[in-house]
Write a protein that binds this ligand. Structure first.
Ligand SMILES: [Zn+2]
Ligand SMILES: [Zn+2]
Length: 383
């Protein structure tokens, strides 16, 4: 009996060894076949590369263009087109917002490269109804000419684009109109005035004056249920400087413009659904100033001077809390914030002051304020 069992065990062991050897052979053959398929595919791709690219080009272009147009939900939508400041930032273009209340499409500020971001985000420059400028620092107007040009070329408009701003806007807009006069001539000559009428190029300035008081405001436009109010802020010596409040069917958003801590802004932000506020973190800026190469240029001194006419994140949190703002989005952040962990440093202490959501804005951030609910929605359009 024992002899039989030993014999059986020996036979089984032999079979198992044979099975393992068989599996190994199969495994190596499968690996060889896979390697052959991969090498073969790479070879085919290499040989027919140009034919494949030709085959795919049309569907890719078709897909990209047909999916370019952004479809927005009904209600009040704000797209942060540019969230940057004057300091160079690889991820952020100059300050710019698109405020879209159903069919009304307005821009606030036109920072450098913002017209390009409008395209990349999927909005259409031809639909712009007007631009509102907060103040005349270069970072807020550097993209103005390009935006006027894109809107004219895309839409073939006969009328110039209305550009609203405090007193002084005339010289800014007329200056750009003059600067682009030669460009306009080239384009009309190339494409014919029946496609792009010369009369529609550039902007038409619409200036508004504010009373002298610190709590001054003025309703700049009321149209299709949308009310746009400019209110005085303090960005001295950049005078005049305003922020804007957009009210639409019971909802409201506020854009600070550039300012130091400002009571008037707080009053206009009361119960706002979203406050978009500039911010400067003194601690981080001091570090940038400390380690900026001492090579004789004036940047160190300029960095030292700027905190006095901007608002700290803590002050923004205080404004938001006192004004019962429902959401805060920071933009125009100084200094620029490259590594992720600096975002935490930038907002240090804010959540202890303000109970609502604090969001560091980025280019392409869509903020949707629905009319029939209190749930503000955020979506990234450039990632
Ligand atoms: Zn400024
Ligand atoms: Zn600025």
């Amino acid at each position: 009996m024992l002899k039989i069992k030993i014999l059986n065990f020996a036979t089984n062991k032999k079979q198992i060894i044979q099975l393992i050897q068989f599996m190994k052979i199969i495994q190596s053959k499968i690996l060889k076949i896979f390697a052959l398929i991969i090498v073969g595919s790479l070879l085919i791709l290499f040989v027919f590369k140009h034919k494949l690219i030709n085959l795919l080009t049309e569907p890719i272009v078709k897909y990209k263009l047909q999916h370019r147009n952004l479809k927005l939900e009904p209600g009040l939508n704000v797209v942060l087109i540019g969230s940057g400041s004057p300091l160079p930032d690889i991820n952020r273009v100059g300050p710019c917002f698109a405020v879209i209340a159903d069919t009304n499409f307005f821009i606030v500020d036109a920072g450098e490269a913002s017209a390009r971001n409008i395209y990349l985000i999927g909005l259409d420059p031809k639909d712009i109804d007007g631009i509102f400028i907060t103040h005349f620092h270069s970072d807020h107007i550097a993209g103005l000419a390009e935006m006027m040009l894109q809107r004219w070329i895309d839409g073939g408009h006969k009328d110039k684009l209305p550009i609203y701003g405090p007193v002084g806007i005339d010289s800014i807009v007329n200056g750009f109109n003059l600067t682009y006069q030669i460009d306009r001539r080239y384009r009309v000559a190339k494409h014919d005035s029946s496609i792009i009428p010369a009369s529609g190029d550039g902007g038409i300035p619409i200036s508004f004056a504010l009373p002298n008081s610190n709590n001054a405001d003025v309703v700049v436009l009321e149209k299709n249920g949308l009310k746009i109010t400019a209110f005085k802020v303090d960005h001295s010596p950049a005078i005049p400087a305003v922020g804007y409040k957009f009210e639409y069917k019971g909802k409201s958003i506020v854009i600070s413009g550039d300012t130091k801590y400002n009571e008037n802004l707080m009053q206009h932000s009361l119960n706002a659904d979203v406050l978009f506020h500039e911010a400067l973190n003194i601690k981080l800026l001091a570090l940038v100033e400390k380690y900026y190469p001492n090579n004789g240029n004036k940047i160190k001194q300029i960095l030292h001077d700027i905190p006095s006419y901007h608002t700290t994140p803590i002050e923004v949190a205080q404004i938001a809390q006192q004004a019962h703002v429902k959401n805060v989005v920071f933009y125009h952040m100084i200094p620029p914030l490259p590594p992720l962990f600096l975002n935490e440093t930038f907002l240090e202490g804010c959540s202890e002051i303000y109970n609502g959501p604090l969001i560091l804005g980025e280019d392409g951030l869509l903020v949707h304020v629905p009319l029939n609910s209190n749930k503000v929605e955020f979506k990234k359009l450039l990632k």
